[in-house]
Design a protein around this ligand. Structure first.
Ligand code: B16
Ligand code: MG
Length: 217
């Protein structure tokens, strides 16, 4: 029986993974970098500078640190333009129902997103009020390090073994699996997220009563 829920944002709660990809794709095209079949999966959940390295590939050494910072900023401006049009309609299936269920039962809920734009996205989606904790990615080592999930659990004051965490990226599942006994729910493709403890296609498949004792029961 679990006592808290921790969520990744992009690709779990919000349909923003496609917007990150769109912005990266534009940059890759502008730099004439190839977009391989596995580029999409590699980019999921990776923080900004690590994502840029995936795009630059073997050309990485041709760019100075300043140059790379400018390229990452360019992608981010494009992404920020794209998220301006986000609304509650961009919540992924089952997300608002699950967040409301947890909130009604006073089950502590945190966000563990690698995105420095997470707060703006939560606002645009109208779900900020559901999170008692939004872990700061600037204070944690990037996924697959368990850091951000451990920081979220610590802020919630719940031991990791009583936390259940939702992720759509392999790097995120790896992060949860090394977070001191935390349980990982893979949201999305079963094969790519095979390391998760449980797999679901979307949050609509998650049955909270199987995992949480309702505090008001
Ligand atoms: P930003 P998550 C991640 O968020 C995204 O999946 C990943 O594609 C993105 O590069 C990363 O955030 C950093 O985002 O550039 O906005 O800081 O999946 O951990 O919620
Ligand atoms: Mg994600």
């Amino acid at each position: 029986i679990y006592r808290a829920a921790i969520f990744d944002l992009d690709g779990v709660i919000a349909d923003t993974a496609r917007l990150h990809l769109q912005a990266w794709r534009q940059l890759a095209d502008a730099l004439q970098r190839p977009w391989a079949e596995d580029t999409e999966e590699k980019l999921k959940g990776l923080e900004r500078m690590a994502s840029l390295e995936v795009i630059l590939g073997e050309k990485s050494s041709k760019y100075s640190t300043e140059g790379k910072i400018a390229l990452a900023a360019r992608k981010n401006s494009r992404y920020q333009e794209l998220i301006r049009s986000l609304s509650p309609a961009d919540l992924l299936p089952g997300a608002s129902e699950l967040l409301a269920w947890l909130s009604e039962r006073h089950i502590p809920t945190a966000l563990a997103s690698a995105s420095k734009n997470a707060t703006a996205v939560l606002e645009a989606l109208g779900i900020s009020g559901y999170f008692s904790v939004v872990a700061d990615p600037e204070m944690s080592a990037p996924k697959p390090s368990p850091d951000i999930f451990l920081a979220a659990a610590r802020s919630l004051r719940i031991d990791p073994e009583f936390c259940i965490a939702f992720e759509d990226a392999t790097a995120g599942i790896a992060a949860i699996k090394s977070a001191e006994g935390m349980t990982a729910i893979g949201v999305g493709n079963k094969e790519t997220l095979a390391e998760a403890d449980y797999n679901i296609e979307s949050l609509t498949e998650f049955t909270p009563t199987d995992f949480f004792l309702s505090a008001i029961q």
